[in-house]
Each structure stands twice: as structure tokens, then as C-alpha cells.
Ligand binder design. Sequence first.
Ligand code: PHE
Length: 389
Amino acid sequence: MRQGLICAAGHDSGSRTFLPFVKEQIVADVETLQQDYLAQIANADLAALEEIRIAALGKQGAITGLLKTLGSMSPEERQEQGPRINGAREAVTSAIAARKDALESAALNERLAAEAIDLTLPVAPSPQGSVHPVAQVMDELAEIFADLGFAVATGPEIESGWYNFTALNMPETHPARAMHDTFYFPDRNADGEEMLLRTHTSPVQIRTMMGQKPPIRIIAPGRTYRSDSDATHTPMFHQVEGLVIDRGITMAHLKWTLETFVRAFFERDDIVLRLRPSYFPFTEPSAEVDVGFTVEKGKRVVGGDPTGPNGGWMEILGSGMVNPKVIEHCGLDPDEWQGFAFGCGIDRLAMLKYGMDDLRAFFDGDLRWLKHYGFSSLDVPTLSGGVGA
Ligand code: PHE
């Protein structure tokens, strides 16, 4: 039908003789055409709308065809027909635009309604990792000592013999050097020094004393290495070392600090310590520290009366007053600065606190073990969860 209209409008329109007739035709046609299009537009979907646009307003479109006839009209006719045909073009153009707009916003609303999130739905469970007990205990240590004013210090795991031994008052010929089953590298470093995997975190105390001015209060947690392997020893293990350097530091400060730490860490107030004289080249005097334990439900737990029928002592760390020679090696005057140091195995602390009895399982990477003994990443350690809780 549209095609028919175009023919009627365009038929012989080049000849002026037919103009009166053509003119009437056009008038009638434009109105019908416009109404016809508007009716179609009102019900069209987006695809149909595009077809209508091409049929009406495209290069070969019906209304475009009518517009072309304006050129062959007399000025009077053009004055009359121009507004009608242009009016039809505008009406159809804006009807298409309005319909398109309406369709698009309806589609958007529909999509938004369909995509609405139901916040009451339970969350789909996703696989969760867990924090390794060693990492958890390191966090707990950092937290407890932070509350006591200690910063965390770190250092390299590949050390020179000087930092790991010599500076700590263990010269090359010292027998204590042989007590650490050290992993040595085959080659020396550029300065001709022997290189090794650190056997303790004590070299961090040397690096800290050399790099920082006292007063110093640090803990140095980290990986350490010794050629050793059984149920309670692995070639790689973890230590935390503590160091305080200040004026007027005594064994009393050491004992109070260790007591406060141990009670906060094991979350019991009734833990007693025993300091036994010992020997470390880097501390003088030195003491090995035992904690009192009791057997509860067949298991050793830290705390309670060690002198009672179910009680006893168990060694947990080494400590002492920093040897003046070590202080001197770090460029400080031992007459002005004193301090204490202690070192202990993190893995052993974790085993004692969380009841794990084979150290090797710590580093096997068995997911079942990790799931069982691991911690939630949101389990933030705090001192308030410790002492007296
Ligand atoms: N570094 C010692 C060790 O690994 C532990 C220790 C540290 C002892 C500090 C006393 C003082 O055996």
C-alpha cells in the first residue's frame, strides 16, 4: 500500500498538466500516509521501527519521495504542500524517536527488574584458605610485644659467618660454632666471608644494634636453618628473638618481660617461670627458662603448680644479658648501654599452645592438617584475648 501511495504521488509528477490532480492526491496521500505510519509505529518493536524508518524516511522512502516532488511544484503549491509533507516527515520522525525511547526504557526496566539482587539469599560457600599456625603465632607474638613497646625487626636468611657467629662472640675457632649444625654455601662472598643459612635470628640483633641508636626494643621472628631432622626438629624452623638495649637494664627486666609475654601468650595468669644458669656466647650471664606445666586430661598444659603431683618444668627458651663484647662489636659503649636478649622456637610455642605433637606435619603441606589446625584470617590476635581471659 505504501508503494501504491508513492506511485500515486510520484506518477507523472514531472508534468504540470496533472498538477491539480496530483496535488489533491498528495494532500489525501500525505494524511493517509502519516496516519498509516503513526499507527504502525505505535505497535512496532525495535526491528520493525527501523524497517518503517527506512520505508518512510530512507533514501527510497515514501515521505522522502513526496519531499522530492516539492521541487517540481509551482511556488504556490509548494507553499501549501511543503508544510504538509514536512509536517508528515516531522511527525513520523518524532513518533519513531518517541517509540524507540519508550521501547528502550521498557527493555531497561525489564532488565533491571530481572537482574534485581535478592539480598536474603544465602551466600554460596567458596573455598577458604586458612592461616598456618606458625603465621598465627608470629602475629600473636608481634601483637603481644607491640603492647610492650617492641617493634618487629627482620634480616636476611642468607648470612655471613660474621653476623651469624663472630659478632655474637663466637669466633672461628669457638666450639659453640660447631654446636649449630650449619648449612654452608660452597662459595664465599665478594669480601671473602663464609656464607651460610642463618642458624638463629640472633644476627638480626647485630644488624639492629649497628643500624639503630639505643634505646632498642625489638623482636625478630623468622625462618632459621640447621641440619637436623626428627619428630621435634626440621631443617627449617622458626625462631623469635627479643632484644632490649637501654641504660640500667637488669635481669629483673628480662624476667618480668618473659613472664608477661608467656602469660599473655598462653592466656593464663598462673604460669610460673624458672631461670636456670646456662651458657650462650652472646649473653653473660645466661639463663635457660622453664615454664611450669601440669598434666590436665592426659595432656601437658602450660600453667598450674609445677611442684604439685601433676606438675613439672619444661624448657622453652634461652636468654641472658647481652655480652658486653657483642655490644662493643656493634660499636656501642657497654659501660653506657646494657640489655637483655632471649630466643625461642616459634614452632614449639605453637605446638604447646595448640596441642600439635609432630613438628614435621607443620611443613608437609597436607591440606587436611592445615584445615584442622589453621586459623581464620579474621581471627585477629589481641592482648585482651590473652592475659586473664
Ligand atoms: N640464639 C640462641 C639459639 O638459637 C637463643 C638465644 C637468643 C639465647 C638470645 C640467648 C639469647 O640457640
